[in-house]
Design a protein around this ligand. Structure first.
Ligand SMILES: Nc1ncnc2c1ncn2[C@@H]1O[C@H](COP(=O)(O)OP(=O)(O)OP(=O)(O)O)[C@@H](O)[C@H]1O
Length: 248
């Protein structure tokens, strides 16, 4: 089932054509890697899908509806959740409370009786989400004191609390040690059940290891798209990545 269909997206900032006609489709049950070197236009494309930016041209359809001009919060209500490259937890609150906040928001959206903020079933659900992302042992700690790798896991739990159909992950591996990154990749691989995931990542090798389909961008355009095995052998991808692969 197709969740997201973006067609011919274009976005210009002054003299820079950041996105120059991008098509992107995401189906339920797949992780799509949106890959490309620095400045390729990945973040801009991500923001056009999340609704943080509006395109100059092109369209975004989600669950069969045209959401091209919708603001981010309306898209979130319809089922598009995102994480941020730099995690922004409510630092003074505990890890558990950080998940309770979006759970209360999701209840509000579904017009369920909101009840007290800490109702037992909501706490149970928050704990389940913490188990899912491997943070159950840290539930009572202040979120601000978690190391970066765990803050990124918390971001994922907070996004999952909104019960999204599409989860957008903005460079979840940025700034992590290789070991932390491998842990997050394992977590991402387990997320795809029933939902679509878009993973923005500039490390092509790591991203290709986890995605079902890769969309590779360079200079605002899609230069290759398909299963990771095919994309890896694509001469345009090899050319765009020669420098980067040498350092990776
Ligand atoms: N708000 C903005 N104002 C001006 N130029 C921008 C803005 N956002 C992005 N750009 C420019 O658009 C181009 C694409 O940037 P974008 O951030 O989408 O690339 P990216 O692939 O996500 O790169 P990175 O991995 O470095 O984040 C770059 O040349 C960038 O400088």
């Amino acid at each position: 089932m197709t969740l997201l269909e973006a067609r011919n997206l274009k976005k210009r900032f002054g003299g820079v054509q950041a996105v120059a006609g991008v098509d992107l489709e995401v189906r339920a049950g797949e992780v799509v890697g949106l890959i490309g070197p620095n400045g390729a236009g990945k973040t801009t494309t991500f923001n056009l899908i999340a609704g943080a930016l509006l395109p100059d041209e092109g369209s975004v359809r989600f669950l069969g509806r045209d959401v091209t001009r919708w603001p981010a919060h309306r898209r979130a209500h319809l089922g598009i959740a995102r994480t941020f490259q730099i995690p922004q937890p409510l630092a003074e609150l505990s890890v558990l409370e950080n998940v309770l906040v979006p759970l209360a928001r999701a209840a509000l959206r579904r017009v369920l009786p909101l009840g007290p903020y800490r109702r037992p079933e909501r706490i149970a659900r928050a704990r389940e989400l913490l188990v899912r992302v491997g943070l159950e042992a840290h539930a009572e700690q202040p979120a601000g004191r978690l190391p970066l790798g765990m803050k990124k896991r918390l971001e994922v739990a907070r996004a999952l609390a909104l019960e999204p159909r599409l989860l957008l992950l903005d460079e979840p591996l940025a700034g992590l040690t290789l070991r932390e990154a491998e842990g997050i990749l394992e977590l991402i691989a387990g997320l795809r059940e029933g939902i679509g995931v878009v993973l923005v990542e500039h490390n092509v090798r790591l991203a290709l290891g986890v995605c079902d389909r890769a969309v590779v961008m360079d200079a605002g355009r899609v230069i290759a798209a398909g299963p990771p095995e095919a994309v890896k052998r694509d001469p345009r991808v090899i050319r765009a990545y020669l420098g980067e692969e040498a350092d990776a």
